[in-house]
Design a protein around this ligand. Structure first.
Ligand SMILES: *[C@@H]1O[C@H](CO)[C@@H](O)[C@H](O)[C@H]1NC(C)=O
Ligand SMILES: *[C@@H]1O[C@H](CO)[C@@H](O)[C@H](O)[C@H]1NC(C)=O
Ligand SMILES: *[C@@H]1O[C@H](CO)[C@@H](O)[C@H](O)[C@H]1NC(C)=O
Ligand SMILES: *[C@@H]1O[C@H](CO)[C@@H](O)[C@H](O)[C@H]1NC(C)=O
Ligand SMILES: *[C@@H]1O[C@H](CO)[C@@H](O)[C@H](O)[C@H]1NC(C)=O
Ligand SMILES: *[C@@H]1O[C@H](CO)[C@@H](O)[C@H](O)[C@H]1NC(C)=O
Ligand SMILES: *[C@@H]1O[C@H](CO)[C@@H](O)[C@H](O)[C@H]1NC(C)=O
Ligand SMILES: *[C@@H]1O[C@H](CO)[C@@H](O)[C@H](O)[C@H]1NC(C)=O
Ligand SMILES: *[C@@H]1O[C@H](CO)[C@@H](O)[C@H](O)[C@H]1NC(C)=O
Length: 486
């Protein structure tokens, strides 16, 4: 083994086969029922057990920064057990006080010190310091003890990533050097052997002005994924390709279908799953919620690698099974019900739409009175995932407050509408469906777990609840009902 272990040595000998599915963008719950609270995180595989440990930013309502670093463990990447805070903020501390920025943590094992090393973007609340923090622990779940926060080779460091090369075990620090005119680069810099400090710059992505870097290592290539800089609003994540970390690197190219804004997500990490039948590369992205950061979600999707054409792309699945032993991804099939066959009430109506299924989309879904109701839905009597395919045309800039957005001058950073979803008129079990901005003419999906009765007489009714300013829901194209998890 080399110096470090991160996403790479995934032999997974001790891991068990998953019986549960990955549902991108859903409310993911840990084994204790709470929301999985580990944003902009990284996953470390325990060398001895093959267990996955997910470290991320802990955010609560009212405290969206400085909540420390949480840690969860899993055998299958679907079921997550919480282990509390791996790094706790300390009142009055110069770098990890509750008001400080403690972002994008990554944990790596150092053979030299025999400890786990946690690195992150360490900063004060105004992003004026731009440092990299180091904390260590003998135990993967912590508690981690703060060591230092330093400027990488004297430069600035904002969004932080960590990459371990599986060819030699060497660890690298990935970071954008901030938004100043002299910055706007992304660096690949090697760590020293013990992963206690930086060694030398291996490559600088000069003035591309990107952030949230992560490197996918395939048999032949390195793909460096990064996002553009639009704050918590998603954009087109790009990738560069090279034969070696030092380059030469290709031009950046877009990895997801245009105008989906990378299926409403930002890059940050990836996992290579070296299965017995297939090597799967998993993109681990964040779906930020600018209105309540703590409610941000996770978009994990398989990456398709095309070595022949030197390309990589993201595949969308509403619900999929990932067998971490074989490495195989199995999309789950559902039953589709189209809006054209659903009934509208109040001011809701069907509107011609060239980009929608059967040329028709349901719009005007507003408050409790203007609804779209699907009927004749087959259910099993067990909880089932239902994906709602929708269009939200706000273009990330609703209202008249300043803020700016790629698609709307003077937008207010509004990123979603909220619809209400009611099954079989059971309003007491009303669920909220968050519908992030898509783009005009772009349909994306977002899931909810629903309790449908057994038989084919279920109704699913969609109304408007809130978009921060009024009670509008997004336009609905169709819904897909999935079988229950075995
Ligand atoms: C790595 O850390 C160990 C334990 O602290 C120390 O003995 C060793 O000298 C370090 N190696 C290097 C190259 O600094
Ligand atoms: C953050 O650090 C910068 C650089 O030292 C400083 O100018 C700024 O005032 C600090 N912000 C806070 C809130 O302390
Ligand atoms: C390490 O963490 C695990 C899981 O939280 C815990 O069960 C174990 O007791 C810890 N070990 C040490 C040495 O702290
Ligand atoms: C950081 O690096 C950039 C070039 O990438 C350079 O222009 C800038 O001066 C450096 N900043 C510091 C503080 O060293
Ligand atoms: C993947 O795992 C197989 C054994 O299942 C091993 O032979 C192979 O070297 C591994 N490949 C990499 C790149 O780790
Ligand atoms: C590479 O691109 C060509 C042309 O689009 C396509 O026919 C071929 O299937 C691609 N190769 C792979 C491995 O997908
Ligand atoms: C889903 O449907 C496709 C096409 O009919 C089929 O090939 C595949 O086996 C199905 N998958 C599952 C998990 O049933
Ligand atoms: C819509 O109905 C829900 C559930 O009955 C209720 O809580 C809410 O106040 C209603 N909203 C409006 C705008 O009437
Ligand atoms: C649900 O409510 C609607 C409108 O109030 C009514 O027409 C329908 O019969 C109800 N369905 C059931 C299953 O109670």
């Amino acid at each position: 083994m080399g110096f470090g272990t991160l996403s790479c040595q995934l032999l997974l000998a001790a891991a068990t086969t998953s019986a549960k599915w990955i549902v991108p963008g859903a409310r993911w719950r840990a084994t204790d029922g709470t929301l999985v609270n580990a944003h902009a995180g990284g996953i470390t595989v325990d060398q001895d057990t093959g267990k996955f440990f997910w470290f991320g930013e802990y955010k609560t309502q009212g405290q969206e920064e400085g909540g420390g670093i949480s840690v969860y463990s899993s055998d299958d990447l679907a079921t997550w057990e919480p282990h509390g805070l791996a790094l706790e903020p300390i009142e009055g501390h110069p770098h990890i006080a509750p008001e400080d920025i403690i972002q994008r943590p990554k944990v790596v094992y150092s053979d030299g010190t025999g400890q786990y090393h946690m690195w992150w973007h360490a900063d004060n609340s105004t992003y004026g310091e731009l440092l990299q923090g180091l904390a260590v622990s003998d135990n993967i779940t912590g508690p981690y003890t703060f060591v230092d926060a330093t400027a990488p080779l004297g430069n600035w460091s904002q969004d932080f990533g960590l990459f371990v090369d599986q060819k030699d075990g060497r660890a690298y620090s990935l970071y954008s050097n901030g938004d100043r005119k002299e910055g706007r680069d992304v660096y690949i810099t090697s760590f020293n052997e013990n992963i206690t400090a930086l060694d030398e710059v291996v490559h600088r992505f000069d003035k591309y002005d990107l952030e949230a870097p992560t490197i996918v290592q395939t048999d032949k290539s390195y793909f460096a994924l990064m996002s553009h800089k639009t704050g918590y609003r998603p954009n087109n994540v790009v990738a560069f390709r090279a034969d070696a970390l030092s380059g030469p690197w290709s031009q950046p190219f877009i990895i997801a279908p245009l105008n989906t804004r990378t299926f409403n997500s930002q890059s940050g990490f990836n996992l290579r799953i070296n299965g017995t039948k297939k090597t799967t590369y998993l993109y681990l992205g964040d779906q930020w919620d600018s209105i309540s950061l703590w409610e941000s979600r996770y978009i994990w999707l398989p990456l398709e690698v095309d070595e022949e054409n030197k390309s990589i792309s993201l595949q969308w699945y509403d619900v999929y099974d990932l067998d971490i032993k074989t490495g195989q991804v199995t999309p789950i099939n559902g039953t589709t019900y189209y809006s054209k066959d659903a009934t509208t009430t109040g001011a809701a109506y069907h509107q011609e739409a060239t980009f929608a299924s059967h040329g028709t989309i349901a719009t005007g879904i507003y408050g409790n009175d203007s609804k779209l109701t699907f009927s004749g839905i087959e259910g099993t009597g067990k909880p089932q995932w239902v994906s709602f395919y929708y269009q939200n045309t706000d273009d990330m800039g609703f209202g008249d407050q300043p803020g700016g957005s790629p698609d709307r001058i003077g937008g207010s950073w509004q990123l979603r509408r909220i619809a209400s979803v009611v099954v079989n008129n059971r309003t007491e079990e009303l669920q909220t469906l968050y519908q992030r901005d898509t783009h005009k003419g772009i349909i994306l999906s977002t899931p909810l777990m629903l309790d449908l009765d057994e038989g084919n007489e279920n109704t699913i009714s969609i109304g408007g609840l809130s978009n921060g300013q009024d009670v509008k829901g997004a336009d609905i194209d169709r819904i897909v009902v999935y079988p229950p998890e075995e």
